[in-house]
Design a protein around this ligand. Structure first.
Ligand code: X9S
Length: 620
């Protein structure tokens, strides 16, 4: 038997159903602190931190016969799983445990299965239901009726005979690992509906084995339940078994402080929270919480780590993982401003890189064209539907673009993927006019949006700064990919749901055939956004994009004023050549204006990179 100091693999609060070993006890559910060690699953009342934990029971893992999920309907409780095990006198018992989330359940199932995979007593059948009112709810059999349902987790475990599954991959630290290279198992974070032959649909929480990872954005996978194979977007899955907070709707990843504030202020719920990465310190997380105490505001807390590696917000609650810490603070404010409540708005699934694993050519007959959105350098842009997906379709007026060069480049551009870039889905290039098909954003251009909402936005500097930083994030990605926009301006950015800003039409300027647009003396050349080296030598770079970004920040903080007012192009060039720049907008904080001024450094090399600008605002 394991002592108190045995190795802890995972531990967490979960609820456990009373086992009714004696017939006269009534059934109820109790919260217990579960600890999984290499040999036992032990449950306590109280937890390690409270100092008064008392063991309430344990299951020796060597005696486990089956580990399976339980259907919600059986107990009218979510995320229940069962551990069937043999008692000392070889009687079979079932322990029913409810995990806090579907993801937690999966993780516990996965860990336990790895530890019991070599048990001689493993069964290839189990009861999917529960023993309620003297019979099994699944097969209506009596106490000793043989289990009726096939176990689920031997499927695709190579060709092992039933009852002797191979241990699944990615064992937690300290567990025996397989000698063969372990297959990578992933879990779907979002639903994905395959539209093309060779692609595979995903349902949230389903498990897949990764078969090929040759393409960065599209992996070939096999559904572990159905055995179906195909390509699916790699950003829609996370690896199973690795401690991963990506799976939680409250995790906002690299969102900035401003983004978190805008998101939480919209929700207006006491205790509503998100967790995000600190960009100043990698591996460090920040909790942002909405509270109405004194006035509606968002408070930010650093999630700290003690020398033993426990996460904590206040000294009295310390946990091994962030999800556990969040779970504890959902039940008890424990020193922070409010009891935590997860956001109700679910995360929206991100755009995929292109529509399919090898499809950038779109069949125009699949497009249903709707209303006109405007007309630009290349002609008319229309809203459309590609099956059920909203898209924007640029119908390229003939003679306005170097088409062949663009079509070659489009293959590369479909692979650029970032939450703050308008996704290029593909092209219809076998017809004239050619179509460029992109993601659709429902609120249209940022410039128009700023102008329409001036009254609400003008002194809301948090929202305005958030907009700038979103653009900056998209541009930092382009900069990293060594991709130059060449026409960054508020008119070329778009607004989606929840103040989401995306940079559009990156790189298209190179393919414009129009002297008025391409030459710095032309009437359509974006002089007011152009850096001195662009005006003088047409020298474009990420640093000339940074200059344009400074002008875009100015547009944002004036809610869409025209830079340099009515000044003529020649006057603007003269002004810029003499080192004079735009003035500070009225409601613009001086630290924000200071960044604009850095973007307008006459020497391109001395301008900050987009990544550096992001970091300037990531104070916590
Ligand atoms: C979009 C993109 C470009 C567009 C795309 C996606 C869009 C949208 C709306 C909505 C409502 C172009 N390259 C360039 C100069 C950089 C080289 C337009 C363009 C055009 C629309 N620019 C180019 O093609 N989602 N959603 N538009 C949109 C607009 N209004 N609204 C939903 O390519 N330029 C260079 C249009 C309308 C009702 O009121 C609420 C907003 C410019 C024209």
């Amino acid at each position: 038997m394991a002592g108190k100091n045995e190795e802890v693999l995972v531990e967490a609060f979960m609820t456990k159903r009373s086992q009714n070993k004696r017939t006269f006890t009534h059934t109820n559910w109790k919260e217990r602190w579960f600890v999984l060690s290499p040999k036992n699953l032990i449950y306590y009342d109280g937890d390690k931190q409270s100092g008064r934990r008392k063991e309430r029971g344990r299951v020796e893992l060597i005696r486990v016969v089956a580990v399976e999920s339980v259907d919600t309907a059986v107990f009218q409780r979510d995320f229940v799983f069962q551990l069937c095990y043999l008692s000392e006198d070889d009687d079979q018992y079932v322990l029913y445990i409810a995990a806090p989330t579907a993801q937690d359940r999966e993780q516990w199932l996965d860990y336990i299965r790895k530890l019991v995979a070599d048990n001689d007593c493993l069964s290839d059948k189990y009861h999917q239901g529960a023993f309620i009112k003297s019979q099994w709810s699944c097969c209506k059999g009596g106490k000793n009726t043989i289990a009726c349902t096939d176990v689920t987790w031997t499927i695709n475990h190579n060709n092992n005979p039933p009852g002797h599954p191979t241990p699944s991959p990615t064992p937690p630290n300290g567990l025996p690992s397989d000698m063969n290279p372990a297959p990578k198992i992933v879990v779907a974070l979002y639903d994905y509906n395959a539209t093309e032959r060779g692609d595979l649909s995903l349902r949230k929480n389903e498990e897949f084995e990764v078969l090929e990872q040759d393409q960065e954005h599209w992996w070939k996978m096999r559904n572990r339940q159905t055995g179906m194979e195909g390509f699916a977007p790699s950003n829609y899955v996370r690896e199973l078994g690795t401690p991963d907070i990506q799976q939680y709707d409250w995790y906002l990843g690299d969102a900035t402080r401003q983004r978190a504030e805008v998101f939480l202020m919209q929700q207006e719920r006491e205790g509503c929270f998100v967790v995000r990465n600190s960009t100043t310190n990698s591996g460090v997380y920040t909790l942002s919480v909405y509270t109405k105490q004194s006035h509606p505001q968002v408070k930010h807390y650093h999630i700290k780590k003690d020398p033993e590696g426990n996460y904590y917000l206040s000294q009295n609650i310390k946990c091994k993982t962030i999800p556990e810490l969040i779970y504890r603070h959902q039940h008890n404010p424990g020193g922070i401003c409010a009891r935590l409540r997860p956001p109700t708005l679910g995360r929206t699934a991100p755009a995929t890189a292109g529509l399919s694993h090898d499809k950038w050519e779109i069949d125009p007959s699949e497009l249903n064209l709707l209303e006109e959105l405007g007309s630009g350098q290349f002609g008319v842009v229309r809203h459309g539907k590609l099956k059920s997906l909203d898209v924007a379709v640029k119908m390229m007026k003939e003679g306005t673009m170097s088409e062949d060069e663009f079509i070659e480049e489009a293959k590369v551009m479909t692979k650029l993927r970032h939450g703050n870039l308008v996704q290029l889905y593909g092209v219809c290039s076998r017809q004239r006019p050619i179509y460029i098909v992109t993601e659709y954003l429902r609120y249209g251009s940022l410039l128009q949006y700023l102008r329409n909402k001036e009254r609400i936005l003008l002194n809301n500097t948090d929202v305005l700064l958030d907009m700038c930083l979103q653009v900056c994030s998209g541009m930092a990605y382009l900069e990293k990919q060594k991709f130059i926009h060449r026409d960054l301006a508020a008119r070329n950015c778009l607004v989606g749901a929840h103040n989401e800003i995306k940079v559009g039409d990156f790189g298209l300027a190179r393919y414009v055939v129009d002297d008025e647009y391409t030459g710095s003396g032309g009437a359509k050349f974006p002089i007011k956004w152009a850096a001195p080296e662009v005006l003088n030598f047409m020298r474009f770079s990420s640093k000339s994009d940074v200059w344009a970004f400074g002008v875009l920040m100015w547009e944002v903080f004036t809610c869409g004023k025209m830079p340099y007012g009515r000044m003529k192009n020649a006057e603007v060039v003269d002004m810029v050549q003499h080192g004079r720049v735009l003035e500070k907008p009225r409601f613009c904080p001086s630290d924000v204006y200071n960044v604009m001024q850095q973007c307008w450094n006459a020497n391109a090399e001395n301008r900050p990179s987009f990544n550096e600008i992001l970091r300037m605002f990531q104070d916590e």
